[in-house]
Design a protein around this ligand. Structure first.
Ligand code: KG4
Ligand code: ZN
Length: 345
């Protein structure tokens, strides 16, 4: 294969994104354009993403964003070899906008379309940034997902653990809301926790000690509510202590759950010489979470890979890259009859 260039489109949640990425013959990548428009302002008043507002905002922004990505890359549609668009999982209104746009461009230009699973985009990002080799473990911790996935190859994944209730980012967001902190909750909780006492509250560590690799965070949220309600009036220091204790409970939970995952990887691949854990999703920005994973990996002899923040959160570069990985393996593109899927494990 020679150099391959693709236009990527991402619209599954509250980020409208377009990117142009080229894969060179040696397997490395050049990000020629990476444009992301966050809808944060449109949703923050509601304390969460409103699907209808999101879909309309994607309609408003996507065509201009694609033009901007092409302009930044200094090319036109004639210069791309294919189009990659997120087809799921996510909010169906947004997926429809992005996938239909991808189909329309493919139809008009006669170029192939790759309908990409958003989770696959997250899973393969570390191959673009760090060239990590298969197999490896990936922890996705975002507002919508909490999954530990064995990545064996392109299109070849095994989910080892998932949340049985709230996603980790969701737990941060709900905790922030309970405590009167702004949306999105993760950064606000982390900021407050910096001046708090992590040992003041003994919050639960759900599923710790269990052999299966799943997660559960809704009990933690309930415990936070009870702690907050037991103090009146609640001071900034109380809030800081609750946030610090909350983060500590999460760190301990991750240590147990992910520790088991790393051990299972060792059992599955006893000959692996340079095993790696890759993290993705917005919660990967959290320093307590990062430090926990970093320490854990050091202890188990794993390489810990955290792509730069803008490639950990939702973006179109990862969707473009997932398409390029498929093209490089001569995997067939999708038919233009392909449908978006709000659920797509
Ligand atoms: O990956 P992302 O940007 O969007 C999706 O959910 O797809 O992740 C957003 C989530 C939110 O729940 C947000 O509160 C959380 O990531 N988050 C954080 C931090 N920054 C963002 N959680 C904890 N600590 C942070 N510093
Ligand atoms: Zn995502």
């Amino acid at each position: 294969t020679s150099n391959l260039r693709i236009l990527g489109i991402e619209t599954s949640c509250d980020e409208t994104a377009a990117a142009v990425v080229t894969r060179l013959e040696d397997g490395s990548a050049v990000i020629e354009a990476d444009v992301v428009l966050s809808q944060l302002d449109e949703h923050s008043a509601y304390g969460g993403v409103v699907p209808e507002i999101a879909a309309r905002a994607h309609v408003d922004a996507l065509d201009t964003l694609i033009e901007e990505a092409l302009a930044r890359a200094g090319i036109t549609l004639a210069d791309v070899d294919a189009i990659a668009a997120t087809a799921g999982p996510g909010l169906i209104g947004g997926l429809l906008v992005g996938l239909m746009t991808g189909k329309a461009i493919a139809r008009a230009t006669g170029k192939p379309l790759y309908a990409i699973n958003h989770l696959e985009g997250h899973a393969l990002t570390a191959r673009l940034t760090d060239g990590v080799a298969f197999p490896y473990l990936m922890l996705l911790v975002s507002g919508g997902h909490t999954q530990l996935v064995l990545v064996r190859g392109v299109g070849d994944y095994e989910r080892w653990g998932t949340t049985i209730d709230d996603a980790l980012g969701e737990a941060f967001d709900k905790t922030a809301k309970l405590l009167g902190l702004p949306y999105p909750g993760g950064p606000a909780v982390e900021r407050a926790a910096a001046s708090g006492d992590p040992k003041r509250f003994a919050f639960p560590r759900p599923l710790v000690g269990e052999a299966r690799l799943d997660f559960s965070f809704s009990g933690l949220k309930t415990a936070v509510r009870q702690a907050a309600e037991s103090i009146a009036p609640i001071t900034d220091q109380d809030v800081a202590d609750i946030c610090a204790s909350f983060q500590r409970a999460i760190a301990r939970t991750l240590m147990d759950r992910i520790g088991r995952g790393l051990a299972r990887f060792r059992e599955t691949y006893p000959d692996a010489t340079n095993p790696a854990l890759v993290v993705a999703g917005g919660v990967a920005a959290n320093k307590a979470v990062r430090m926990t994973l970093d320490d854990l990996c050091a202890g188990y002899g794993f390489q810990f890979l955290a792509p730069p923040h803008h490639l950990c959160t939702d973006n179109a570069v990862m969707i473009a890259w997932a398409g390029l990985e498929r093209m490089a393996l001569d995997m067939p593109p999708d038919e233009l009859t392909v449908q978006p899927r709000s659920r797509w494990p």
